[in-house]
Design a binder for this molecule. Sequence first.
Ligand SMILES: Cc1cc2nc3c(=O)[nH]c(=O)nc-3n(C[C@H](O)[C@H](O)[C@H](O)COP(=O)(O)OP(=O)(O)OC[C@H]3O[C@@H](n4cnc5c(N)ncnc54)[C@H](O)[C@@H]3O)c2cc1C
Length: 555
Amino acid sequence: MRTVVVVGGVAGGMSTAARLRRLDPQARIVVVEQGAEVSFANCGLPYFVGGEIERRESLLLHTPRSLARTLGLDVRVRTEALSIDRAARTVTMRGPAGEETIGYDALVLAPGAVAVRPPIPGVDHPRVRTLRTVPDAEALRDWVTGGARTAVVLGAGFIGLEAVEALSRAGLSVALVEAAPHVLPVLDPELASWVRDELRAHGVAVHEGMAAARIEDRDGQALVTLGDGTELPADLVVLSVGVRPRTELARAAGLELTDAGAIVVDAQQRTSDPHIWAVGDATASAHATTGALAPVALATPANRGGRVAADSIVGRAGRHSPDPLGTAVVRVFGLTVAMTGASRRALGERALHTARVHSGHHAGYYPGATPMHLVLHFGPDGQILGAQGVGQEGIDKRIDVIATAARAGLHADDLVDLDLCYAPPFGSAKDPVMILGMIADNVLSGVLVQADPVTPLDPEACLVLDVRNRDEWDRGHVEGAMLVPQPEVAGALESIREQAAGRLVVVHCASGFRSYLAHRTLAGAGMPSASLSGGFTTLSRAQPDVVASPALAVG
Ligand SMILES: Cc1cc2nc3c(=O)[nH]c(=O)nc-3n(C[C@H](O)[C@H](O)[C@H](O)COP(=O)(O)OP(=O)(O)OC[C@H]3O[C@@H](n4cnc5c(N)ncnc54)[C@H](O)[C@@H]3O)c2cc1C
């Protein structure tokens, strides 16, 4: 009989154990979890803090007893794995009954990650908490229901934003502090600006590009002082500035780690020791787009890794863990924000094109369409490098479709050919994802030359031609631009040529469609031109300074 010991009894560890049981009904499977709960829904914790999930029990998907009954697992909670003897193939653990050493045929490490605690003076103030475990969530919930009125959240990543939303929905006045230049640093800045607006619209005080300098006690409250001297008093502070892999056990056992301390595994989740596998947040994977070797701290890769590890342990060849795209989604009040693959910043100097769509989430003639902003980065060969979206409805669906296409090796221009479902309440006959594909097809085939809305427009080198109508111009326009509404472009070719005086004509409309039409007209007349990707909507977000009437800029 094979003995398998699993360290860590939540996402990755429990997926491994459950799959193992299905593959090997005879195996002795021991799951060791240092916390009081196993198989809890960490992704649900913010919603418990905010009160949307009302009962603590809803977060607990299983107990040691239910796992013993249904899967025959020997689950030991409040038990910490202390050391591994690789030569003897034993794990020593300490639990309520004292220390014990168990021999294993296979060992699985799924210890997850720990919250980073930056060296801010005062970070150990009792009102400063992280949000990683059920007890963490309970402590925050107790304060929320016990009369806390103000909160500061440090870090505007996924969990930070979920904490902000939860605390704000629970009635607290919340300040959010992010050291990076904008909230959700994994997003391209112009898309992140919609997230910032949404936070502010819900009363959140957003401090970007600003770190906490110190935390002090003021009459039992925490007083957070920012780098610029701003003081933020808080009944509670949520520390959410990132995680690091929890790999002390693996390090002490001499397993191969990356420079940043994550466990190195192969595509079968096997570590540098052939009898030890590792899964989840503690492991490094090569990012599917950038190749960067780093942990991807998301539940889906952790769960899938568990399945792959179990298959490998029983000798089932074939399945392997694909390099993750980091597909993720977060709700920020009324907005959904989702992404897959790499952001522009993560792509660095890599040559790329970008397609942008600003459209309704379903056919405009059907009532209730809400705005959707999508970005697709793709290589000169058409490879899908990354996509992001912000909007109220349908964003998760669009990003999942693109993530699926990328996983299948489809190219950006293949998105035109997708067979997507359509009826007016759900989408458009030309779905925004297909429009992204059309733009990519036009760019790759040379029908469309794009100008970059993120790079400053040089008046020496280009004439900006605005092809929107007069009303749109009056609500905000680029300083020094020439206005010729798109239907009039064909009749105004000579005056445009004269104004351009040999410079490139950068054409823009609100979102990129009318400018594409005008660009084709100019190209037909032999005038060098480019259509501004994402139009004025992107430009006014990416470079608000170039807009003549910023207060009136289109949103
Ligand atoms: C608040 C929150 C919200 C999240 N929301 C999302 C989301 O919406 N979508 C998403 O994809 N991901 C989300 N995640 C991330 C996701 O939960 C993790 O990526 C996933 O749980 C990782 O699985 P894991 O098995 O590696 O680690 P975990 O699920 O964290 O489990 C590791 C377990 O190992 C135990 N352990 C560690 N060392 C030892 C030891 N020596 N002995 C015994 N036990 C040990 C720990 O106590 C822990 O319970 C969220 C995470 C948090 C904290």
